[in-house]
Every structure is written in C-alpha cells, then in structure tokens.
Design a protein around this ligand. Structure first.
Ligand code: NAD
Length: 727
C-alpha cells in the first residue's frame, strides 16, 4: 500500500501522484512523508528527469496532516515531536532547493504542484515548498491553513514561508484566523500562482520551460526583504506591535497556539530562512506539548468526527430522510425547514394559518438571497431549494413523510394535539420528533400511539448557524428512532449528541448555572465588568450577562417559574430571581427590547451596562479575586456536566465535551468540561469545588463521581474515554 506513486513521461517529467488507498481524501502520515522523500530523491538523482509535478489521484489535493498521527506523535515526548517536524522540514526544503547548488542556486530541477481541488494544512504547506502552484478552476475547492482552529499552527514551514511570501500583515488572516479561500481568491491573495482548467497539464508545461531563476524563492535570493518590513524596520515594527495587541485582544491569552505562532513569526523574521524553520519547529513542539492542543484536537477533530460518523448509532438499516414534515413555522421550524431543504430533503412546513406557513418559508428565501449577494449561492440553487418546501395548513400533506419534527408552541397540550393529528396521517413506520427545549420527552410521548418511534431532536437557535443537535431518548424511545435522528443530523451536516431524558437535557442544563452564577454575582455586588471579563478570560465567547441579554430575560423568568413550580422548597435560585424579575418588571427583557443588563442603541448595538445596575446592586468596596470568579463560572458548568454523566443523562464524555463547545461555546481551548477537569486533575478539581461549596453553597459540592475519581487518581478520559460507556 503506497500513498505516493511516480511515473515518468516521454518528455522527462516525473509525475508524483498522491493517492492514499482506502480514503476519500489524502492526509499525510509519517510513512507517506517517507515515501514522498524517497521518490523525490529518486527523481532528483535520475538524469532523465527534467522536472517534477506533484499532484493528487483524488478529486482534492489533501486535507492536511493526519491529526491522529499528530496526537500520537505527542506520546513520544517533545524531542520526538521536534525530530518528526524537522524531518518534514528537511523534506520540504529538499523540494524547494530541488538539487540546486547551495551557493550559485543553479542546477536545480523545477518542481510544480497541480491541485485539482481542496488543499488544506500540509496539503498547502507542501505546494508552498514547490516552485509553482497551479490550481483547478474549482470554486468548491478550499485552500488554506486551518490549523489554528484546532489549537495548533502550520508547523511544516507554512508559517515561515507564508510570512516570507506575503509579509506578516498579508499572512495574518490565513495563519491567525485559518481563513480558507477558493482558488480564485487564493490566487488574488498570492497563496497560489495560477488557476487553470487543467492544472496537471499547466504544471507539466511550466516545468518543461522553467528557467533556473524561476526556481529560486525570493527568500533564497540575494537582497531579500520581507514584504511590509521585518520587526525592526519602522513599518514592520508597527505591524508586529499591532498584531501582538490584536491577538491578545482577541484571545485574551487563552489560546496558546496564537501566541506561539506570533512568536515563531517574530523570531523567525529576524534570522535566515533555515534557522526560522527551526524556530517554527520549536514553537510548534511547544504548542503540541500543551494540554490545550491535545484537548482541542481530541474534541474538535477526532471525537467530533467520530460522533458525526455515528459512533453512538444503534445498528439499523439506513434511515436517511426523504420527506420531512415540520409542524410550526416559527423561528425554529423555519430554520429546520431551511437546513433540511438545503440537504436535498422534501419539506412540508405546517402552521395554523397559510400566512404563517408562507412566512416560515420566506425565511429560507431571505437566507438564500443573502447567500447570493455574498456569492455563496446562485439563483438556480435558490429556485431548487425553495421548490422543496411546501408551506401548508393541511395535515394531509404530511402523507409520505418518514420523519416529522414538531416545533409548535412550548405547550404540552398544543404539542399533544399536533402529535395526534400528524400520526393520523404519516406512515406507520415514520418517526416523530419534538424540538422542545424544556418539556420531558417521556411525558410528550404519552400523546403518541407509537412511543418507541417518538424522540427529541433539539436544535439550537439560529438553526442555520448552530452546529450541534441534541438527540434525546425518552424512556420508551427505540433504537430505530435514534438511528433515524442521527441519519437526519448527518444529512443536514450537523454534529449530534445523544442523551437521555432529564430536565433541560444536557446543554441547557449546563448553561443555565453559568448564566445564573453571573447574575448571582451582580446581586452580591461583584462588578459586572469584572464578571464579564473573567468569563471571556477563561475563553467563554460571551459573558453570562451578555448571554442572558441575547437569549432574553423573560425566557429566564419563564424557566425560573417553571423550575420553581417543579422543585418547590428545594428550588435553589431565589437570589437569581431577585435580579431578573426586577429587570423583567421594568421591561428590560434583553437585546430584543434594547434594554437588559446592558443598554442598546436604536440599532440594537450593545452599549455599556445599564446604569440602574449600579443603583439597584451597588458594587462592593472589595472585589473578589479574578480566579475565584473564573472558578465559579467554570465549575458551575463543569460540575453540572459531571452530574449529567453521573445520572446517566450523558452516556459518553466525548458527547459531553463536543456538545459543550458546539452547543454553548464552553471554552474551546479546554476541549470541553471533561477535558478541562482532566487538565486540573480530579483531586484539585474536587478540592476547588469543596472550597467553593463552603463559601458559596452546596451547588458547588463535588459530585460523588468526582470525589471517587480524586481518591483513585483517575481522569475522565482515562476512565470513560474513547466510547467507554459511563456505568
Ligand atoms: P415560535 O413561537 O417562533 O413558533 C411556533 C410556531 O408554531 C408559530 O408559528 C405558531 O403559529 C405555530 N403553531 C402553534 N400551534 C400550532 C398548531 N397547532 N399547528 C401548527 N402550528 C402551530 O417558537 P420557536 O421559538 O420556533 O419554538 C418552537 C419550539 O422549539 C418550542 O417547543 C421551543 O421550546 C423549541 N425551541 C426553541 C428554541 C429557541 O431558541 N427559540 C431553541 C430550541 C428549541
């Protein structure tokens, strides 16, 4: 089994084709790199070879480094990582210098890359080391360096080469934000050299006519100056100071990769190219050895993909959805209709009036128009997608639906009625799903004549943007319903987690304590600015007060009243209610009323905090330590996640971590609540929880599971990792 093969043609061009057997997309492994190295040696030594083209045997060029390999490299320790990276550097540098005389830079063989489609990560770092990059006219192809998104940075020379090619400023969006471009945009930005109908032919032609000077990279030529200036050049100085401030402003220091990347760029800019590669390798090793990158790769890549591929799917034949009925064309129903129609599924969108159903469909029109104006879609695609959505008031139109998703008002009686009406029409084997966010699935299933075919499919708002879908099994939900829900989620290209039925399921259960903890602190006299900044400095995308303004304060009031009714005297959140009820009484319901914890201008733009906060809940003279606030906010969420695991609501910690990051933005650098607790270590986590419980109340008491693990020195991934069931 070989990943790379080489063929020489009659003109003396050696075509090296990358085609990893058994995979739809090329990824680089260490063995693959060794094969490529041997082929390059062979071609450079072979006098009959005039030039080399590196291409792919697949529709795309490559998706990057095999992240499983990167995760495994770590096990060998820092030296092994560094050595592995330096091996890649030597290979790519060999391609770049192509056998030329080191002094005169003469005598090298031209090497070009031909990219039929997507080229990401090392799939672009390799072409960047060649002398010319030709990409196909393939608007679907994505070109870029997305490493930063999983907590690392381009460490196979991509960082050093791109900065030398585009300057620090020009390279910043690609390196720091992982920006991906289609071939035309990549060409305009200077990432690649040409976009052509037949890149392999164009690369061959180029190789055959290339001159010796074509092969010398600017940074290997005499008198090279970095575009935009080096760090001690006045213009370069401004760039680096600005970039450093910008990165810190955006990451607040919680993402080690961004900082390490900047260091590699800054230090690398002041030394010769080969030394810069070594510096890049050192910083890359540093980041790879940081627990954050392990946790991010594990949750955002390995486990996310495993869940998307059906890691927890029960055995059942393919349950792909052909026709979905959606009941309720409000905010959620309209969004679910859009994502379904985009996935090629026929949609019947039902509401009580034809006008409401049409309005639900027009939500899709709006999104498609926006996509067209941004050149992300076309008129033809719009016509095609809209034709799949039939707005109606007639339940008879649900005939032939193999799945129904109910998104009517959050009222058990209304939900029971629509369940019965739909089940009277849909096929016997159809699955009925509810999108409820607060009502127990098992209770709602009582309205169904087929409770084993009844399930929760809980979307997050806005449906078209949010990546997570929570699938909830009621007590009687059968395996085929779970398989159906999972296959539907795969069709609409979202990430599923499967949980058991309990109050607020998983995501809302954990996010509510976070919001409540922030609100409690306001009542205690903690500075609202300190609360919000502490949250962001732990990597939460929104502070708790901003979050409750976004989700609306009246929703908080509604949930509080319902929870209190259900829990009676055991209800623990009176201190929270004292604050939100007061805001609600004054009509401050959050962003939607342009008034909440924050003030908003007419356009709905957030201004400062509402001045009334300071009069109603004056700030205390002595403010708590930052770490204490951070611990309160992080433990409020994480302990709830542990309780969900302990109670069997969560069955797989991978779902707990992936769901937390995608569902409510739990500090992504940590890999999720279980990843974060593992970083702290169970003994320390239990000790901090104990201290918080003593000071702030039993809501922080360490769950038995955590205490057991602390006593035994266990970690969550050690005990429950890689699909080991929680039992
Ligand atoms: P919404 O009020 O915007 O929409 C509900 C729609 O259902 C309305 O268009 C209404 O006319 C229609 N409807 C009511 N009774 C009906 C009936 N008998 N037959 C047909 N249509 C009927 O509400 P929403 O925000 O879209 O929420 C819908 C459901 O999704 C609720 O169960 C809610 O808890 C849940 N949910 C909401 C969110 C959110 O962020 N809004 C998130 C997840 C889940």
């Amino acid at each position: 089994m070989t990943d790379f093969t080489m063929q020489k043609d009659a003109d003396g061009v050696a075509i090296i084709t990358w085609d990893v057997p058994g995979k739809s997309m090329n990824v680089l492994s260490l063995d693959g790199a060794a094969e490529l190295n041997a082929l390059i040696d062979h071609a450079l030594a072979d006098e009959a070879v005039k030039g080399i083209v590196i291409t792919s045997g697949k529709a795309d060029f490559a998706a990057g480094m095999d992240l499983n390999v990167i995760a495994a490299m770590k096990d060998g320790g820092a030296q092994a990582v560094f050595d592995g990276v330096m091996t890649l550097h030597r290979l790519l540098r060999k391609i770049e210098l192509a056998g030329m005389d080191p002094k005169t830079k003469k005598g090298g063989k031209p090497i070009a890359s031909a990219l039929p489609g997507t080229a990401l990560g090392i799939g672009l770092e390799l072409p960047l080391a060649t002398h010319r990059i030709f990409a196909a006219e393939n608007p679907k192809a994505k070109i870029g360096l997305p490493e930063i998104m999983v907590g690392i940075f381009p460490g196979a020379g991509g960082t050093t080469r791109l900065v030398r090619k585009l300057g620090a400023m020009g390279a910043a969006p690609f390196l720091l934000e992982g920006k991906l471009s289609d071939p035309a945009k990549a060409k305009a930005a200077g990432l690649i050299d040409a976009v052509v109908a037949d890149p392999l032919q164009a690369a061959r032609d180029w190789v055959l006519q290339a001159s010796e000077t074509d092969l010398v990279k600017p940074w290997d030529a005499k008198g090279y100056k970095m575009p935009g200036g080096e760090p001690y050049h006045p213009a370069g100085f401004m760039t680096f100071v600005g970039a450093s401030a910008m990165v810190h402003g955006k990451t607040l220091g919680v993402y080690p990769a961004a900082k390490a990347l900047l260091s590699a760029v800054y230090e690398g800019a002041m030394v010769p190219f080969d030394t810069a590669l070594k510096i890049e390798a050192r910083w890359f090793t540093n980041v790879l050895m940081n627990p954050s990158s392990t946790a991010m790769i594990r949750s955002l890549f390995i486990n996310k993909e495993a869940l998307e591929k059906g890691a927890n799917r029960p055995e059942a034949p393919d349950q792909s959805v052909r026709k979905v009925g959606i009941l309720g064309a409000g905010m959620m129903g309209a969004g679910i209709a859009y994502v379904s129609a985009m996935a090629g599924i026929e949609v019947v969108l039902i509401d009580s009036t034809q006008e409401a159903a049409e309005r639900g469909k027009s939500y899709s029109t709006g999104l498609l128009d926006k996509a067209i104006s941004r050149r992300k879609s076309t008129e033809e695609k719009k016509v095609e997608v809209l034709a799949r959505i039939t707005p109606s008031t007639d339940y008879a139109d649900l005939q032939g639906c193999d799945l129904v998703v109910e998104a009517v008002f959050e009222d058990p009686a209304v939900k029971a009625e629509v369940t019965k009406r739909a089940e009277a029409v849909i096929p016997q084997d159809a699955i009925f799903a509810t999108n409820t966010s607060t009502l127990p699935i098992t209770e709602l299933a009582k309205a169904s004549a087929r409770p084993d075919q009844f399930i929760g499919i809980h979307f997050f708002s806005p449906v078209d943007k949010m990546l997570l879908v929570e699938i909830i099994k009621g007590r009687e939900t059968g395996p085929r319903a779970v398989a159906k829900a999972l296959d539907f989620v795969r069709q609409i290209r979202k990430t599923p987690i499967v949980v058991n039925d309990a109050r607020f399921f998983y995501a809302n259960r954990c996010i509510i304590p976070y919001i409540n903890e922030g609100i409690r602190m306001v009542a205690e006299g903690v500075s609202p600015t300190l609360i919000e900044n502490a949250a962001k400095m732990t990597g939460m995308p929104l502070g708790p007060l901003q979050l409750v303004d976004e989700t609306s304060i009246d929703l908080g009031v509604k949930i509080a009243k319902a929870t209190k009714a259900a829990m009676g005297d055991a209800y623990p959140d009176g201190a929270v209610d004292a604050v939100i009820f007061k805001l609600a009484d004054q009509g401050r319901l959050g962003r939607k009323t342009k008034a909440g914890f924050y003030d908003y201008d007419e356009a709905g733009k957030r201004q400062g905090f509402w001045s009334g906060l300071a009069t109603e809940w004056p700030e205390a003279d002595t403010q708590p330590e930052l770490t204490e606030i951070q611990h309160r906010l992080m433990f409020a969420q994480s302990l709830e996640a542990v309780r969900a695991l302990e109670e069997g609501v969560l069955e797989d910690i991978r779902e707990g971590d992936v769901g937390a990051i995608l569902g409510w933005g739990f500090a992504p650098w940590s890999g999720g609540p279980f990843g974060w607790l593992d970083m702290l270590g169970a003994p320390r986590a239990a000790e901090i929880a104990g201290r918080l419980a003593e000071k702030f109340g039993p809501r922080f008491a360490a769950p038995q599971l955590l205490r057991d693990m602390a006593a035994k020195g266990e970690s969550f991934y050690g005990r429950f990792g890689a699909g080991k069931q929680a039992a």
